[in-house]
Design a protein around this ligand. Structure first.
Ligand code: AMP
Length: 146
C-alpha cells in the first residue's frame, strides 16, 4: 500500500486535540506526508436553531477571532504553516469532508470518544465524518472509554 501523501487533521480545539494531533503528526512523519489542519466554527444560529432574538454578528466575530488565534497557536506547535490551516464555518461533519476533498487528502484524522447509551445513539462527529467520506478515516480514541 502506498503511503499517505496528504493528511487532514480535524481538531475541536479542546484538550482532546492533543492526542489526536500527536497521532496525525507521527503519521505525517512516517509517511513524509503534508499535514493540514481544520477547525470548524459552528454558526450560533445553527447551534440555537436560527431563532435568536438578537444580533449575534459581534459575538460571532469574536468567536471567529478567538478560534483563529487558537488554531494558529495550535498549528504552530505542530509546525503546520498558515496555508495549511483551514478555519471554516458550518457543520463539522460536512465541512471536514468538504475540506478533505478540496485539498485532496487521502486520510482524515479525528478523535473518537468511547460512547455508550444516549450519546452513542446521538452519534458523533467521527461517525458523521466516516459516513460519506471519500478517503480513509483514522479515528483516534480519546477520553474515557469506560
Ligand atoms: P465529537 O465526537 O463530536 O466530540 O468529536 C470528536 C472529534 O471530531 C474531535 O476530536 C475532532 O477530531 C472532530 N471535531 C469535532 N468538532 C470539530 C470541529 N468543530 N472542528 C473540527 N473537528 C471537530
Amino acid at each position: 500500500m502506498a503511503d499517505y501523501s496528504r493528511i487532514l487533521l480535524a481538531v475541536d480545539l479542546t484538550e482532546d486535540s492533543e492526542p489526536v494531533s500527536n497521532r496525525a503528526a507521527r503519521l505525517a512523519t512516517l509517511s513524509a506526508a503534508e499535514l493540514h489542519i481544520v477547525h470548524v466554527i459552528e454558526p450560533l444560529s445553527l447551534a440555537y436553531g436560527g431563532d435568536v432574538p438578537m444580533d449575534l454578528s459581534t459575538v460571532q466575530d469574536q468567536i471567529h477571532e478567538q478560534a483563529r488565534s487558537h488554531l494558529e497557536e495550535f498549528a504552530r506547535g505542530l509546525g503546520i504553516p498558515l496555508e495549511r490551516q483551514h478555519l471554516i464555518f458550518g457543520r463539522p461533519e460536512s465541512e471536514i469532508q468538504r475540506t478533505a476533498e478540496a485539498i485532496e487528502a487521502d486520510v482524515i484524522v479525528v478523535g473518537s470518544h468511547g460512547r455508550h447509551g444516549l450519546a452513542l445513539l446521538l452519534g458523533s462527529t467521527a461517525n458523521g465524518v466516516l459516513h460519506g467520506a471519500t478517503c480513509d478515516v483514522l479515528a483516534v480514541r480519546v477520553g474515557q472509554s469506560a
